[in-house]
Design a protein around this ligand. Structure first.
Ligand code: BDP
Length: 714
């Protein structure tokens, strides 16, 4: 009886494990059985003979991870053949025969080396801290997951950016603002007692891609998170994350001193206010000694801030910076600001507000700037602040969650978008001053550097909803570690780890991922169009919306379509936002002829008949781009259909169904936008673009009352 029960339990857990793996829960830590026996033997000979030097919770984490890998790869029962050995230890602890052969001097605290020595019979993972060893271990496992040759390794890796953080827009009631993968993974109600296994798996997944910080709470913040009741919960999470080198951060609501009932002002220059924040910092650090600091959204979209007291961003940021400075904490002060009273082009406002304060922020402040000046659009020119504040460390903010890119129903490979932004030349330090050099500190030799990604994670079994949403989390981490990485290489890496390293899979799927970003731009906002999504939830098209409280909330503000043409004139004859860029860009973009066509309508208002480089009119080009977007999704579908042999059934089915939705919605975008714009252009659709299936009124009438991701407090 007992045995029977045991067997059925064992079978059940095997089943659950299998289903979990099929659902994608394991992320990129799914150590799949290695089929090729030669490869298997080779890898196993190292992983079955490990010398791990040290003694800490991080060393324990390394040990656990290697064990998981050995089990997953099915090495446990293979012979420890030959003399192969894997040695993992910080450089100063290595046996003296190896020490002289491993140089970690320039690797800082997080960099690592993986080196083949002793006639290639020994692999040594080394660095200057236990966390570096953890990164190195993940580095070696990544090689194995891709089935790479490990016979002569000489890897040296060091992160180029210091603070590599996820921003969770998670509320204390577990809703997630702009979250499309279920509820928040932080179960505040049951913390600190209940430590879910997901917390550790989250830490493992992040450490594996080099993420070293997480902001647990929404930028539209709730002051309660700063109370002892919640700090105890935050502490519990910090303890799970610590061995994995991940610091926790919180969002600080600027008016907290008032809201928590202690003071009647939040004026940053008031002595009591300063003291209040210092006390809060003291309390937090006494519980969480490696607490990272605060992320602040102030004086933006209704959030409280220093302006109310006639103070500046610098006053606000520096006051908080002083409170955390004794503990090496930092303040990430967001530059996503625009004023409801300012009639000026929204794209100009953050620059105008911040540039005068260059060099005035305290040393432990990072100004966190979104990649573009409007808001996480499918495509935006880089934010003009990058390169315009040589004496202020600017932190990049990317969005991993797809607020404006089809939520978690559309397959869009975002590393391609990130790469485009990071590569753009700011000309801030002469030619070849890409955004990447601004944020990694190369330009102006910045001492503090950072990059943030707004997370796409939730309680869905596979964390991200869309199976391919995982690639965006993965890719963000890889680019945060090395912002010069090629997005194509990231795509390949992820595909091999996640599915298969067979060329017939990797090649077409890499092309699909890379193309997917251009597809979404084409079927949503081609040629520089932007912010024409439906109101509030931003799902689906809404170019006709013109009745919202603030002008810059309305799509008509951004496309400015009328019978004379379409586009936002940001040259000197318009809002002159262009002048915020360096001279070479300003000059090049001031004429539509020399503006890259992908940004055309971002900077210019042009007649529908305007002739473009291909000799066709602007109207024809707009229509053809929408059509191309639809066709690209059709191609994605066709490619995916061929991939069935390489992926598990559940992910195959799910992705197929999601691509079907994506295709339907790409057509919806095309038809709705073209019907709307056609009223102004009064021109026929060019050949190859079908007539919309419905009339404009139909598209206008579509509502999505319960679209996810909306903050319930709005
Ligand atoms: C916008 C989102 C809003 C965020 C805001 C922000 O629509 O939900 O609160 O950005 O970044 O993209 O603060």
């Amino acid at each position: 009886m007992k045995l029977k029960k045991f067997i059925s339990l064992a079978l059940l857990s095997l089943f659950v494990f299998n289903i979990q793996a099929q659902e994608g829960y394991e992320l990129w830590l799914d150590y799949k059985k290695i089929q090729d026996t030669t490869v298997k033997k080779k890898y196993a000979s190292f992983l079955n003979n490990i010398e791990l030097i040290g003694n800490s919770s991080t060393i324990q984490a390394i040990k656990d991870e290697l064990q998981l890998a050995r089990t997953g790869f099915e090495f446990e029962n293979s012979d420890p053949s030959g003399n192969s050995k894997l040695i993992i230890g910080i450089q100063s602890n290595l046996p003296s025969s190896l020490k002289s052969q491993i140089d970690t001097e320039n690797l800082g605290n997080e960099g690592y080396t993986i080196t083949s020595l002793n006639n290639k019979e020994t692999i040594v993972i080394s660095g200057n801290s236990d966390v570096a060893l953890l990164y190195g271990t993940f580095g070696l496992l990544r090689e194995m997951q891709q089935k790479n040759d490990i016979s002569n390794l000489n890897i040296e890796e060091k992160p180029k950016i210091q603070k590599r953080v996820l921003n969770h827009w998670d509320n204390l009631d577990r809703t997630v603002e702009r979250g499309y993968a279920g509820f928040s993974i932080w179960d505040w109600h049951l913390l600190p007692e209940l430590i879910k296994p997901e917390y550790k798996d989250y830490a493992r997944a992040n450490a594996a891609i080099g993420i070293n910080g997480t902001v647990l709470t929404n930028v539209n913040s709730n002051a309660l998170i700063l109370t002892p009741h919640y700090i105890e919960k935050v502490k519990a999470l910090a303890e799970v994350f610590r061995p994995y080198g991940i610091q926790v951060y919180l969002t600080a609501r600027f008016s907290a001193p008032i809201e928590l009932g202690d003071l009647d002002t939040a004026d940053p220059l008031d002595e009591d206010v300063k003291k209040w924040w210092k006390n809060i910092a003291d309390e937090i650090y006494s519980e969480i000694p490696d607490f990272g600091g605060f992320l602040v959204k102030a004086d933006s979209e209704g959030q409280p801030g220093p302006f109310q007291y006639d103070r500046t961003h610098v006053d606000g940021a520096n006051m908080l910076a002083e409170a955390v400075a004794p503990y090496d904490g930092i303040i990430m002060w967001r530059a996503f600001v625009y004023s409801e009273e300012d009639p000026d082009d929204r794209a100009k406002q953050a620059y105008d507000q911040f540039i005068p304060y260059d060099g005035k922020f305290a040393d432990n402040v990072l100004v966190q700037v979104k990649n573009g000046a409007i808001d996480f659009q499918p495509r935006e020119p880089f934010h003009p602040m990058f390169g315009a504040m040589p004496d202020t460390p600017l932190m990049m903010e990317f969005q991993i969650t797809q607020e404006y890119l089809g939520f978690s129903s559309h397959l869009v490979f975002l590393p391609k978008l990130y790469e485009e932004v990071l590569d753009e030349d700011t000309f801030s330090d002469g030619e070849n001053s890409p955004v990447a050099k601004v944020i990694d500190g190369t330009n102006s030799n910045k001492k503090l550097t950072g990059i943030a990604g707004v997370a796409n994670i939730g309680t869905e079994k596979n964390w991200t909803g869309h199976p391919f949403g995982q690639a965006n989390w993965y890719g963000f981490g890889r680019l945060a570690w090395d912002p010069y990485m090629d997005s194509k290489d990231i795509a390949k890496e992820w595909l091999k780890i996640n599915f298969s390293n067979e060329e017939n899979f990797v090649k077409p799927m890499t092309d699909l991922l890379i193309e997917s970003r251009e597809a979404v731009v084409n079927y949503m906002t081609p040629l520089g169009l932007h912010h024409i999504m439906a109101t509030s939830h931003h799902y689906g098209p809404g170019p006709w919306v013109d009745d919202l409280g603030r002008p810059e909330w309305n799509p008509v503000y951004y496309h400015k379509a009328d019978k004379n043409g379409i586009g936002f004139d940001r040259t000197s004859s318009g809002s002159d936002a262009l002048s915020q860029y360096a001279k070479p860009i300003e000059e090049k973009y001031s004429s539509p002829e020399t503006t890259p066509e992908k940004y055309l309508l971002w900077f210019h208002h042009l007649a529908w008949e305007y002739e473009m480089k291909n000799g066709k009119t602007l109207w024809d080009n707009i229509a053809l781009h929408y059509q191309t977007g639809v066709e690209q999704v059709e191609e994605m579908q066709a490619t995916w259909e061929e991939m069935e042999p390489y992926v598990n059934e559940r992910e195959f089915e799910k992705t197929s169904m999601l691509l079907e939705i994506q295709l339907k919605e790409a057509k919806w975008w095309r038809d709705a936008c073209l019907s709307y714009f056609q009223q102004f252009s009064n021109m026929e659709l060019p050949e190859g673009v079908p007539e919309p299936e419905h009339n404009l009124e139909y598209y206008k009438s579509i509502e999505r009352p319960f679209a996810p991701g909306i903050n319930p407090s709005w």
